[in-house]
Design a protein around this ligand. Structure first.
Ligand SMILES: Nc1ncnc2c1ncn2[C@@H]1O[C@H](COP(=O)(O)OP(=O)(O)OP(=O)(O)O)[C@@H](O)[C@H]1O
Ligand SMILES: [Mg+2]
Length: 247
């Protein structure tokens, strides 16, 4: 293992939804560290806790017990406002359901977080165009989300996550709506960003995309069941039942 600094740390993180007999342990005592320069793939069947893990890592949700530390800082030490600022500045998030703002163009969706963070509008716009180019949708910068296909929207969401000096990229199935060629192109951009001085957590159901990661962790029923840097993930995936999506 390299000596690069740890950027993200989950320590015994548990997230229980609901109470009593209806309680769901979405994440169960998960301990995981991600270093700068590292891209970690997260795999596991539907409902195994992958999105929950990303939500905790990004401070969108808080653990029922255990801790999450970002760049050495415990997220529980920050209030909601502090967490929002940290997310805007440090974390690029590709949501499973994208969350593009319908009233803004592709370029505006990408530049908005930078502008909120105090970047000059002109500079934010330029950065947005570069990020959109990188994922192959620069020519669609002026379109609104409902004028884009699912895969194009997904690439806009990825551009939004990669723009500016983000240090941690959390991507929840960013290749889900993409054909394999576009998916590979997106992975190349993500890999390059991580290599250039960031870290990433990537949820994917596809071993060919997980292969871009430095290691893969597997979740089952909220428990981190294995972590590998060398092994091919197919064996574990095969053991974890059918994939829940076929695209
Ligand atoms: N707000 C909530 N209230 C109750 N249960 C929830 C809530 N959010 C998630 N869960 C449950 O927690 C478990 C983990 O959900 P999560 O969304 O993390 O799964 P996932 O691995 O991302 O699945 P998928 O591959 O389908 O996206 C599931 O059993 C889910 O039903
Ligand atoms: Mg999910």
């Amino acid at each position: 293992m390299s000596a690069a600094p740890v950027i993200l740390e989950l320590i015994g993180a548990t997230r229980v939804h609901g109470e009593g007999v209806r309680a769901v342990r979405a994440l169960d005592d998960v301990t995981l560290s991600v270093r700068m320069g590292e891209l970690v793939a997260v795999m596991g069947p539907s409902g195994s806790g992958k999105s929950t893990l990303l939500n905790l890592a990004g401070g969108l949700d808080t653990p029922t017990s255990g801790a999450v530390r970002l760049a050495g800082e415990a997220l529980s030490d920050l209030d909601a406002k502090g967490r929002a600022a940290l997310r805007r500045r440090r974390i690029g998030y590709v949501f499973q359901d994208l969350n593009l703002i319908p009233a803004l163009t592709a370029a505006e969706n990408v530049s908005l977080p930078r502008e909120l963070d105090g970047a000059r509008p002109r500079k934010a716009k330029q950065e947005a165009l570069v990020a959109l180019e990188q994922v192959g949708v620069g020519h669609l910068a002026g379109r609104f989300p409902d004028e884009l296909s699912g895969g194009q929207q997904q690439r806009v969401a990825i551009a939004r996550a990669l723009v500016g000096p983000r240090r941690l990229v959390l991507a929840d199935e960013p290749t889900g709506a993409l054909d394999s060629v576009t998916g590979e192109a997106v992975m190349r951009v993500l890999r390059a960003r991580v290599d250039a001085g960031a870290a990433g957590l990537l949820v994917t159901h596809e071993p060919r995309f997980a292969a871009w990661a430095d290691r893969t962790v597997f979740l089952r029923d909220g428990v981190l069941v294995d972590s590998t840097s060398d092994e091919q993930p197919e064996a574990l995936l095969a053991a974890s039942g059918p994939r829940h999506r076929e695209d």
